[in-house]
Write a protein that binds this ligand. Sequence first.
Ligand code: SF4
Length: 383
Amino acid sequence: VRVGGGTSIMPRIAPTLYEFVAADDGEYLKATEAVLRIFDRQDWLRPNRARARIKVLVDKIGIDAFRTMVDRELEGEWVGERDFSIGRLLPETDEEEVAPAPPAAPGSPNGDRTDFDRFLADSVDAQRQAGFSTVHVKITRGDLTPEQFRGLAGVMRDFCGGNARTTIDQNLVLRWVRDEALYDVYGALREIGLADTGVGTLTDVISCPGTDSCKLGITASMGLNQALQERVEAMNITDPMTRRIHLKMSGCPNGCGQHHIGTIGFYGASIKVGEHTMPAYIPHIGGVAEAGEVVYGARLKVRLPAKRVPDAVERWLRMYEAERAEGEEFTAFASRVGTGRFEDEIRELSIPAEFNLENMLQFIDWSRREPYQVIRGEGECAV
Ligand code: SF4
């Protein structure tokens, strides 16, 4: 159990409260409630909303003192008065039970099967249960049209017992797909424009909604997402190590676009140029969130005009491919060469252009037509 993590301008990786608590007997619920009860009593954190967070408490007193508080809390009478059994919390549907029967007349590729083979290699994993596969559906920018939703509902009904899972990478996972039905699933997904390969790779760019719909947004992170995806697709990168890089961006420091854990991440900011304002991003390099390991990327001491971010990313990718040691992953490369090397590579890109007719586009955010300005409202959460 880890407690006290958070992103935003005070990023913290949660320290370990307990190495292990059992799930089956509801022990994890007890520990969670104890943490919440303690936090609920910290009135001194409430006057300033930005500080009203568990991470501030844990940061202030340290995880050992916090653990002592939780241990003591767990001795309270409330524990005996509550029901921590988990039966009622378990999923109502047994997905294995509702898994589809083998298809009577499964489709198969006729002629060129290159695209299907790529789909199999990129998007399909064998399940532990013999005869079943898991299909990853890449949802570009996490956006679906109503038609795609309806199409997906059909795929779920026909091929995976009516269920799908969302992932933190803004994608969907279809489980319990019969191996024999994979070509039909591929065909059905292709029909609704959802058979893109490259799930979880460099071209699977992640962003929060930014100023498209978030009142706290500073920049149009969805627009940058699209621009970056187009750039890395145009680069046509086949190197498997470079393809493992994850690009993530948020429209403000809060981090809903997961920029802290992007191999290359950005958050939205602005640059003042005289009386004009330019949309900009602060880069982070070397974040990791894989197989239980979490590392927040190092923040660079540069502020990039938003319109120059794709150029900066292209330079860093080329730099990595040219200067890495054999077999050196991007994050290892980044910590070996240091943030200064990354800053130097894009130094002149970070110098804001003057405001004039020629540079006008730099004063307009991605996917926008009007001159950029910072307009922030009240957040929907307590940020
Ligand atoms: S709060 Fe910031 S990071 Fe979160 S969705 Fe809004 S713009 Fe993005």
